[in-house]
Design a protein around this ligand. Sequence first.
Ligand SMILES: C[S@@+](CC[C@H](N)C(=O)[O-])C[C@H]1O[C@@H](n2cnc3c(N)ncnc32)[C@H](O)[C@@H]1O
Length: 265
Amino acid sequence: MLTEWFTHLTTACPPLVRKLGYLRESIAIRSRYRRCKTAWQPHLESSQAALLESLHACSDFRTALVFGSGLLLDIPLSELATRFENVWLVDLIHLPEVRRAARRYANVRCLSCDITGFLEQMEALSPNNLNLPPPASFLDNPAVDWVASVNLLSQLPLLPLDWLRKRFPGIDEVLLEEWSTQLMRQHLDYLAAFAAPACLLADMEQTTYEQNGEVIEHADFAAILDFEHQALAQWRWDIAPPGEIASGIGRFHRVAAVTMKCGRN
Ligand SMILES: C[S@@+](CC[C@H](N)C(=O)[O-])C[C@H]1O[C@@H](n2cnc3c(N)ncnc32)[C@H](O)[C@@H]1O
């Protein structure tokens, strides 16, 4: 608790990012990881292996862009720093230990960036117009030779939705659901728009279950997104072993690694 509070006070972070809860969430993920380390390990190893496997699609190794780099738990940072001339870690939040880890490599940079454009547009949004322009950051950089979106897709709408509900009390939940699907689709289109191989690691399904194995909730994100894909690899992530979210309740995700079609290949 004390460590969390200390990190909250000492992490450099734009006020709006802090206000929306990104710093709080990042600290919460770190705490959950510390509690669930053993259960998460296979997922983290599979994620790193899939990212390395996807490098076979690269013909040049100038700049690697990593979206949702977060705590770097699922990123093979040392291998990426060896293979690429530059590695750019893109996230809204880089905790102090992440910045320290990045500083060990002369060619790794932490970039603070909202890859949805929500923060820039949020004050102009209204229930009658929730449209966000398609994201375009980095698309014009010809030196980008590989892009990764790492366990980020399903997270993209969560804090923006909290803000929209507070800002527009009583806003239609169906509208918000459509908006959230649209935001995730825009991210998929964004990845596909790069003239470089892009590897998406994302939750395709989420299952919540009772300790006796009975399923109490199931969400199929791939179906909601109408996202047809051929997975490079798939695995189960025991994101919340029984007891983590509630007594006797557990949750796992089906994660897939997908190579997005790109202009160059
Ligand atoms: C579940 S974490 C990904 C796990 C991360 N790869 C790790 O190893 O810790 C999702 C990350 O996405 C970031 N994120 C969420 N929305 C974002 C946005 N709009 N732009 C950039 N990063 C975002 C969060 O700050 C968080 O670090």
